[in-house]
Write a protein that binds this ligand. Structure first.
Ligand code: HEC
Ligand code: HEC
Length: 234
């Protein structure tokens, strides 16, 4: 069957049967992601807005349990968030979790940092594109400033990265990013921290990690040590 015919049939099927006709939760989640307007603020692959984090690799960095609790009430996790509470019902939420958890980077036809316009940039600039696209920004904040919550960790926040040059050589930083890390719980009686530092070596090659390291090194001299983030950074 030719592809236009398949597309026309798909439209006809969607048009004349109830929404539940989509059997696959991932497909239903994709439909709702567009229908609810999530795509206005979030990118998956090449399409979507840039107000919120790029979600093309969300399923690699965040667990289904965390995605579910975020969608249930974004403000319960982060009182400062600008993402609205959509008051999603349980089945819509489950479909969105299925769709989003399946996003492990495959939706990019071309990785944003590998595009011809990016390939010529200095390593630190390419590193910034990687940092934002794969979602380091979703845990460590814009320009690595921090400010994003984690449960059961000292201070309640994921660490900022603006001063990592003081604690790590380039080689150590590379190894840390490659291997990830599990934060130590603040209180061993409480549930473990939901957000962990992923093992980026599973997704990024050595040259890509080096570009991120160059970017993190570029953050340090611009800001005075201990400089407080401004509210634009969140
Ligand atoms: C008005 C813009 C906006 C809309 C609409 C929006 N979001 Fe968000 N979303 C954000 C922002 C901004 C963040 C990052 C948290 C922050 O800084 O406030 C976020 C964070 C997230 C995260 C965590 C991202 C990560 O990288 O870990 C997920 C998942 C998410 N949104 C899913 C959705 C879904 C699903 C919808 C639709 C039901 C949606 N968002 C609609 C702005 C939006
Ligand atoms: C899902 C959330 C999450 C994402 C996404 C994430 N990190 Fe992390 N990262 C953490 C947590 C949590 C820690 C602290 C781990 C610990 O306590 O040992 C951490 C620690 C680090 C550290 C060590 C910092 C220090 O002060 O010791 C570096 C460097 C780092 N991350 C870089 C990155 C880079 C680069 C990316 C993107 C390629 C990234 N992280 C993406 C959660 C995340």
């Amino acid at each position: 069957m030719n592809r236009w015919l398949i597309a026309a049939l798909a439209v006809a099927v969607t048009a004349c049967s109830p929404q539940s006709a989509l059997q696959d939760p991932v497909a239903r989640g994709e439909r709702d992601f567009g229908g609810l307007g999530c795509v206005k603020c979030h990118k998956v692959g090449d399409t979507g807005g840039a107000w919120g984090p790029d979600l093309t690799m969300l399923g690699f960095r965040k667990s289904p349990a965390w995605i579910d609790s975020w969608l249930m009430d974004p403000h319960a996790w982060n009182p400062k968030t600008v993402m609205p509470n959509f008051n999603l019902n349980a089945s819509t939420r489950a479909d969105l979790v299925a769709y989003l958890s399946a996003q492990k980077g495959q939706a990019w036809r071309e990785k944003p940092w590998a595009a011809p316009s990016a390939a010529a940039l200095p390593a630190a600039e390419r590193g910034r594109i990687i940092f934002d696209s794969v979602g380091c920004v979703s845990c460590h904040g814009k320009d690595g400033y921090g400010g994003y919550p984690n449960n059961n960790v000292a201070g309640g926040l994921i660490n900022s990265l603006t001063l990592v040059t003081e604690g790590y050589s380039k080689h150590e930083l590379h190894e840390k990013i490659k291997g990830g890390a599990v934060p130590i719980p603040n209180d061993s009686r409480l549930p473990a921290p939901m957000l962990q530092m992923p093992k980026w070596g599973e997704k990024l090659d050595a040259a890509e990690i080096d570009a991120v390291v160059a970017y993190l090194y570029s953050l340090a001299p611009k800001k005075a040590p201990g400089a407080r983030p401004s509210k634009d950074d969140f």
